[in-house]
Design a protein around this ligand. Sequence first.
Ligand code: SAM
Ligand code: SF4
Length: 334
Amino acid sequence: MLLPERPTTPALLDRFGRLHDYLRVSVTDRCNFRCVYCLPEDGTTWLPRDGVLHYEEIVRVVRVLAPMGLRRVRLTGGEPTIRRDIEALVAGIAAVPGITDLTMTTNAHRFATQAAALKTAGLRRVNISIDSLDPARFAAITRGGDLHAVLAGIDAAVDAGLLPVKLNMVVMGGQNDDEVVSMARWALERAPAVQLRFIEYMPFDQRLHAGVPAAELRRRLEEAFGALVPVRERQGGGPATHWQLDPLVVGFIAPITEHFCASCNRLRLLADGHLRTCLAHEDTPSLRDVLRAGTSDDELGTLLRKIVRGKPAGHQAELDGGTAFEGVMTQIGG
Ligand code: SAM
Ligand code: SF4
């Protein structure tokens, strides 16, 4: 029997004409680090195991979204590499027709032993968080992370061909902003296999750290290296603006000082199954309950379309005022 074809026209358009072809999936809210900008020192209240989406449930959401226009998926967390048999999830998503890009954001603490298997399973590229090149400061920011393990993880990602490896640095005034130039010098030696991106600190609930505007970081880099040349071609599916510091590509993700809400193409599947259309807003029902209530793929597709149509225009967070982001970063996935 022939099954009815799913619509091939993009259905993931919202009221503002934004097409959503990119899904970030937080595969676990747990983490082996406790980064100061992300988690409280004593952790948080972890979701019970059954409160987290199962792999089959995540793959099903991707399978229903793909014919509606989804093309790229990023696995994040919490720390995705600590969820058991993460390669199985990678392989499951990589096999969904229409998904052309499958990536991961990781702290890379375990990556030295995992990179090759993840590549074989279907992972294309990886973003690795690294906020300092000083072992003691790195341990302080991550509350216990081992810089050398992460550096070995970066090497393994390059060796496995997960290229370019994008290094993410969250910049905090008075904590690691004095390393912006030295981080760029270090990355330059490894370019073009690595790229470097500076991320503005986003305040969650409490405003614990000082953000540094991307424009100020560009100014400091230009002082050290001369003029940065804007990269015209679009790089990847994300919101970073890119500049060339030959042979290094430097990106800036500035959710606070350079809002990119107007071109936002992202959906976020949280560890507990909520689908967030905007990082800053807790605005949607739990897909987990819907998935576990025997809903058909057609009903799920209708619900997903409705959620996307209801996406808010943007957020109002500012460097030292405005609203803070709602929720827990490890559940949301960045
Ligand atoms: N554990 C993985 C990692 O650290 O790469 C993936 C999850 S982490 C939540 C995803 C990204 O969000 C990381 O690049 C991290 O640096 C960033 N992040 C976490 N909290 C942040 C905050 N308050 N402001 C800006 N970026 C943040
Ligand atoms: Fe863990 Fe990543 Fe958050 Fe750091 S940023 S605590 S590594 S989830």
